[in-house]
Design a protein around this ligand. Structure first.
Ligand code: ZN
Length: 466
């Protein structure tokens, strides 16, 4: 919603807000679940168990189409091919793709219009923007077809876990559906065309969690979906007060939009008894990978090419920044885009689930999820430090400078000096002794404007992090 509409919405009575949410739901339902979606979902179901050669042929065909489209209709790529002296028709395999230079986020930030196809008229475009940290927001443009692909891969994964279209679910995303000034429940609104209850992330204060717990205790939600930090926070609360979900336990929990940290996963799995499956994607629609029932991520080769710009490599795997080329969005195609995400790609292994699409061992986070030590070492997955600390409700590591770490803690029952000693021991084992560590106790931890949580926050520059 635009700001003025949001202000108007917030002053409507709650039942009328419900109607507005449902009307918006119809609109987005048509965009998401219209004709492209049905066709795409059928296509994705048909190719799910294809062998590796067939998948690769199909992927390279989609790649050729995307490259020609970009070279013909998008000013940025037209200039790039001319400047580099590359004939776009010479790019026909994954190997050929490597001739093309990376697309930097800075280019998208400063010249978004140059990345748009001249062939998509404004009336057919859906404008959007990322609401990342200040100064890093990107303007983006999608086609309806792109949304169809996005929801196509989302539903591909849900089907793997026995979920059907129309099943009612609880969602924990960044939507502003409940006014900030509202202090009593309900802190959720129902989007009935989408069959989803949208829970506000902006009202999840310690004193309000009891209301969320009682709504989730109604046995009506077949699955939960959303940010792992928010579902993790509720799960932590349910565990702490000893609530058993019983009949209300979801059949599966799907996380996305943030790195799924082990301590969130463990808490969610423990309280729900359900499989937790993550999706790796981005707002640029340039990448998609889904965690399968065997717990591995498979790259959606119908949606993108995923390459790794290596930081580390062995015969078995390669870890580094994800470089992606997306096929879904013809309005704003991303070719060899530096995503700022870090992942570990397996080179040979196959998955016990029987799917042959390339395997990602894990999503390691974003560049800014790393701590850089004064010696220049890069340390990821700092969340492991908090793995066995039940007395910590939430935690965030902040690196204000190269020689300093601040550990922000929301303490729970049993938190004391010995907890900090244990944490320091765990931290030292990773970051060494050259860096100062201090603790800050907080009542809650900040979210970004879109409700996302950062387990690691860094004030270091992009150059220092890369
Ligand atoms: Zn698998």
């Amino acid at each position: 919603m635009e700001r003025a509409q949001q202000a108007l919405y917030e002053h409507l009575p709650i039942p009328v807000q419900g109607l507005v949410v449902a009307a918006a739901g119809w609109n987005s339902y048509r965009n998401r679940f219209g004709a492209p979606f049905r066709r795409i979902l059928d296509e994705l179901s048909a190719s799910d168990f294809n062998d590796a050669d067939t998948l690769r042929e199909d992927q390279e065909r989609r790649l050729r189409n995307t490259i020609l489209w970009a070279a013909d209709t998008v000013p940025h790529y037209r200039e790039m091919f001319r400047r580099e002296g590359i004939d776009p028709r010479s790019i026909s395999t994954l190997e050929d793709l490597k001739k093309i230079p990376f697309l930097e986020k800075e280019t998208v930030r400063t010249r978004p219009e140059s990345l748009r196809s001249e062939r998509i008229p404004d009336r057919r475009t859906i404008p959007a923007h990322t609401s990342g940290t200040t100064g890093t927001a990107l303007r983006l443009y999608y086609t309806k077809e792109a949304l169809g692909w996005e929801y196509g891969v989302t539903w591909r994964q849900r089907h793997w876990f026995g979920i059907e279209l129309g099943d009612k679910f609880a969602t924990f995303g960044g939507q502003h559906v409940v006014p900030f000034h509202q202090h009593v429940p309900p802190f959720w609104r129902y989007d009935w065309p989408g069959a989803r209850m949208i829970f506000s992330l902006y009202h999840m204060s310690p004193q309000n969690l009891v209301h969320y717990a009682s709504e989730l205790h109604r046995p009506v939600y077949r699955f939960w979906q959303g940010y792992p930090s928010s579902i993790g926070l509720i799960s932590q609360y349910l565990l702490a007060v000893g609530v058993e979900l019983g009949d209300a336990a979801p059949a599966a929990v799907f996380t996305s939009s943030e790195t799924l940290l082990d301590f969130h996963r463990d808490r969610i799995a423990e309280v729900t008894g359900a499989p937790v499956a993550d999706r790796y994607g981005n707002a640029e629609f340039s990448v998609s990978a889904l965690q399968c029932p065997a717990g591995r991520y498979h790259v959606d080769t119908e949606f993108c090419v995923l390459e790794i710009d290596p930081h580390e490599e062995t015969d078995e795997w390669v870890r580094g920044e994800v470089i992606s080329t997306g096929f879904a969005n013809r309005d704003m195609p991303f070719v060899r885009y530096r995503t700022g995400d870090i992942a570990t790609l397996l080179k040979h292994e196959t998955c016990s689930c029987g799917r042959s699409r390339p395997l990602i061992e894990r999503i390691d986070g974003r560049l800014e999820d790393y701590v850089i030590t004064p010696e220049g070492r890069r340390i990821g997955r700092m969340d492991h430090v908090f793995k066995d600390t039940r007395e910590v409700k939430e935690a965030q590591i902040y690196q204000p400078a190269i020689d300093e770490l601040v550990v922000r803690i929301v303490p729970g029952t049993g938190y004391d000096g010995s907890s900090e000693q244990r944490l320091t021991h765990e931290l030292r084992a990773r970051v060494g002794n050259q860096i100062q560590i201090r603790y800050e106790l907080r009542e809650s931890l900040p979210r970004e404007p879109n409700g996302k949580f950062r387990a690691v926050a860094s004030a270091l520059s992009e150059a220092q992090l890369r």
